[in-house]
Design a protein around this ligand. Sequence first.
Ligand code: 6PG
Length: 251
Amino acid sequence: MATRILKKPAASIRVYAEADELALKAARRFARLADQYVVGCGRFTVALSGGSTPKKMYALLADKPFVDTVPWGSIYFFWGDERCVPPDEPESNYRMVYETLLSKVPVTQENIFRIAGEDEHHKRAAKVYSKTIREFFGTDSPRFDLIFLGMGPDGHTASLFPHTEALKVDDKIAVANYVEKLEAFRITLTATSINNARNVTFLVAGEDKAATLKEVLEGPHLPEDYPSQLIQPKDGTLLWMIDEAAAIFLQ
Ligand code: 6PG
C-alpha cells in the first residue's frame, strides 16, 4: 500500500516511501491492467514513457514474476514521445525500452509501434505515427488503455514542453514539436490524445521534481508554464505515483 494517499480534483496521488517501491507498485499496476484488458478485450494497448524514472519499472517487468505472468503476446506497445534520433542512439526512448524490457520478454514484434525518430523530416515522422495509431484504433480519437508519463523538473510531460507549439494542438494525434531549450525537435502525443486514454499514470520520483510537482498539483492552472497540468483525462483515470522525495512540498 502507498504510505500516503492524497486527493486532488480528478486525480489520485499515491506517495511511496522510496523510488524502488514506486517502481514495484507501477509494475504491478501495469500487470494488473494488462490482465484486465486482455481478459476483457483480448488486447492491452499501452504508450510508454522515456527518460530515466520508468527504467526500474521496466527492469522489474522483465524479471520474475512478471516475465512469466504478464500476457506479453497480447500487448501493443506505443510511445508517448520520442527524441528525433535513430533507434540505436543512446538518447532514443525506443532503445531504452527495448533494452530494459522488450528484448527480455516474449512480445510479438508486430505489436511494437516505434516512432521513426531517425526521419529527419520530423513532421512526416509525426504524421506517419499519427496514421499508424489512427489505423490501429480505427478512429481519429484513439483510446489507449494505459499511458505512462513522466514529468520533467520544468513541468513538461511526454514532449509537451513549456511554451512550445504542441501545447496548442488539439486536432492531431501526434506532432513534431520544436523545443528551443533543447535546440531539437521531439515527436509527441498531443495532450488531446493523452486525455482520451482510459488510464493515465504519472511516475515521478526525486527531490528535483518536488517544487514543480507542488505547482502542477496545488498551484494555479498555468499549463503554458506547467504542461503536465494539461493532462486531465476526459473519461479515464489519472493517477500520480510519486515518491516521498518528490512529494515533500505537497499538502
Ligand atoms: C523523455 C520523456 C520525458 C520524461 C521526463 C522525465 O523523452 O524524456 O518522455 O517526458 O518522462 O523528462 O524524465 P526522467 O524520468 O528522466 O526524470
